[in-house]
Design a protein around this ligand. Structure first.
Ligand code: ADE
Length: 230
């Protein structure tokens, strides 16, 4: 999978996405994440990328020209139009199902906005989907883009090792994950549930499934659909 990120802060993206599991996936060549500085595509002698909003009002708006030039510099070399995502609090709210869909794409371009947003015409011209990471507002699209990259890339086959598999974890099956324990068997008087020490795989699986349902009911009842055990 290739992800190109259009941003005013490329170093911020590279620092975070170059580390840990996503950094390792890049080294292995499973995912390729490149950040592009929108400012490099400004035709203004001061490398300006924003201007006052027509009609007045507070803040500045990112101009369409530099973003379009940055987009073209990537898309011109592609046979198929890359899927363009604009990080925005007005977008479709990210969840595990959406991350799963996006992880199947070959090539994504992520546009990070700043100031009061981007000129509407760039959204009309190049953007395929607006994505929000939740109903709150951040100062820019960079942190949301990192969140999106992390949760999409880890679903790309080969990124997680079998020990890190996402099959059991919260949200994958629509339920929260069961509680986990490791050594010691007793900590501050709290014992690890007996069944986990029993070595009886069937009973352990049954217990974990029950715990997942109980936890979801207690912590996130909204996740339990009508036709599921309520
Ligand atoms: N930019 C600012 N706030 C955002 C949010 N909640 N999601 C995605 N992009 C954003």
């Amino acid at each position: 999978m290739i992800i190109d990120i259009l941003t005013l802060f490329p170093e911020m993206m590279d620092a975070v996405l170059g580390e840990s599991i996503i950094g390792r996936a890049q080294q292995k060549g499973i995912v390729e994440i490149k950040s592009h500085n929108i400012r490099d595509f400004s035709t203004d002698k001061h490398r300006r990328v924003d201007d006052y909003p027509y009609g007045g009002g507070k803040g500045m708006v990112m101009q369409p020209g530099p973003i379009y030039n940055a987009y073209r510099s990537i898309a011109n070399g592609c046979e198929k139009k890359p899927f363009v995502i604009y990080m925005s609090p007005q977008g479709k709210v990210l969840n595990q199902a959406l991350a799963g869909e996006l992880s199947k794409l070959e090539h994504i371009i992520i546009l990070c906005g700043h100031y009061e947003g981007v000129d509407e015409r760039i959204i009309e011209e190049i953007v395929d989907m607006e994505v929000s990471i939740g109903d709150y507002v951040l100062t820019g699209g960079e942190i949301p883009a990192m969140v999106l990259c992390d949760c999409v890339c880890r679903l790309v086959p080969g990124v997680l090792s079998s020990e890190e598999s996402f099959l059991d974890e919260s949200h994958y099956s629509g339920l929260l994950e069961y509680p986990q324990y490791t050594r010691p068997p007793e900590f501050l008087g709290r014992k690890v549930p007996e069944v986990l020490l029993s070595g009886h795989h069937e009973n352990i699986a049954k217990w974990r499934r029950e715990q997942s349902v109980l936890r979801t009911r207690a912590k996130r009842p909204d996740l339990l659909e009508e036709d599921l055990i309520k």
